[in-house]
Design a protein around this ligand. Structure first.
Ligand code: ZN
Length: 229
């Protein structure tokens, strides 16, 4: 067999291996395949602690106007009296994840059993409204520094948890203006081309609503695709 032909076969085989490997890397990254621009920049907008009567509908209005989807990590205690808002999140194509039922750290982090109980109580409401349980979870306060037994309690139930690597800082900056939140949203990403942005849709987060259009326009103008978990 001629040597050029052998070299060509070897090169083609190497290309095939690289394509398969790269493809599996893309899927492995959060187990989602990005809709539009697989190799490009991506941002996940995430909203925690809602729904609220005053802020969540306004967030949904902005998302609809800008035609982007987001992920809502909900608090069951708030959602059980606001099922219509939760239903709207679902109907408008956003992803709903479990955040907590009570959001009381002392109770939910007391043991793996109490953590699981809290998750299930929240997920029951999600099932009632959307027809299925969510397999997506965000630890209140993030998973950072939590003991393995609590992390394992979540993953062993087949749930996937998501932290964040960028923040509007709307939970820390008391009385922040929308300009401050916008600045934080574009300056805090730890990974430039893979942004998971933390924001909140509780009743006091009107500045988050005011900042949201500018945040979305900024990332659109910098060629980010918007994705959900
Ligand atoms: Zn929270």
């Amino acid at each position: 067999m001629n040597r050029n032909f052998t070299a060509l076969c070897a090169a083609l085989l190497m290309c095939a291996i690289l394509i398969v490997f790269y493809g599996s890397m893309l899927v492995a990254k959060n187990n989602v395949v990005l809709a539009d621009d697989r190799a490009g920049k991506v941002i996940y907008l995430t909203f925690d602690d809602g729904p609220s009567d005053r802020v969540t509908p306004k967030i949904l209005d902005v998302l609809k106007k800008e035609n982007v989807k987001a992920t809502f990590f909900i608090v069951g205690k708030s959602a059980e009296t606001r099922k219509r808002i939760l239903k709207r999140e679902f109907d408008e194509g956003h992803t709903i994840g479990v955040h907590s039922y009570s959001h009381r750290y002392k109770d939910i982090y007391a043991s793996p059993a109490s953590l699981v109980e809290d998750i299930e109580k929240c997920n029951k409401i999600i099932k009632e409204v959307t027809g299925s349980y969510s397999t997506l979870y965000r630890f209140p306060g993030g998973s950072f520094g939590l003991p393995d037994k609590l992390i394992n309690a979540v993953t062993q139930r087949g749930m996937r948890y998501v932290d964040w690597n960028a923040s509007t800082r709307d939970a820390e900056l008391y009385g922040a203006t929308s300009a401050q939140l916008f600045k934080a949203a574009i300056e805090t990403p730890i990974v430039a081309d893979y942004v998971v942005l933390l924001a909140h849709d509780t009743t006091d987060k009107l500045s988050t609503v005011d900042a949201l259009t500018d945040i979305i326009k900024y990332y659109k103008s910098h060629d980010y695709a918007f994705a959900t978990f």
